[in-house]
Unconditional design. Structure first.
Length: 105
């Protein structure tokens, strides 16, 4: 019987988007009260509860909130985020199952 703890996140991108949000908070770009209000509104708009277990729906809502926040604060351009999302999607779709997903240079 293994005593290894369960991973804190279901998918690597969940951890990455969480870490990015924490970094933006620590850098003074995002205040937690503002973040929780925005994130709660996104969850409500999607009919999701705050008590979700951190699965795909939860982190899709998290990412949606973060992208909107970055646009509103002028920290990222909408077109640049759209292009990056498309690049990651193309990389994901062309990567064999189980292999790490990387962006083309």
């Amino acid at each position: 019987m293994s005593t290894r703890p369960e991973p804190a996140f279901e998918a690597p991108w969940h951890a990455q988007v969480f870490a990015l949000t924490v970094h933006l908070n620590e850098a003074g770009h995002i205040g937690w009260p503002d973040w929780t209000e925005r994130f709660g509104a996104t969850l409500k708009r999607h009919g999701l509860a705050r008590s979700l277990d951190g699965g795909e729906d939860y982190f899709n809502a998290w990412l949606e909130t973060l992208e909107a926040f970055l646009r509103e604060k002028g920290l990222a351009e909408a077109e640049a985020m759209k292009e990056m999302r498309a690049a990651w999607e193309a990389a994901y779709l062309s990567t064999p199952h189980g292999a790490p997903v990387t962006l083309a240079e």
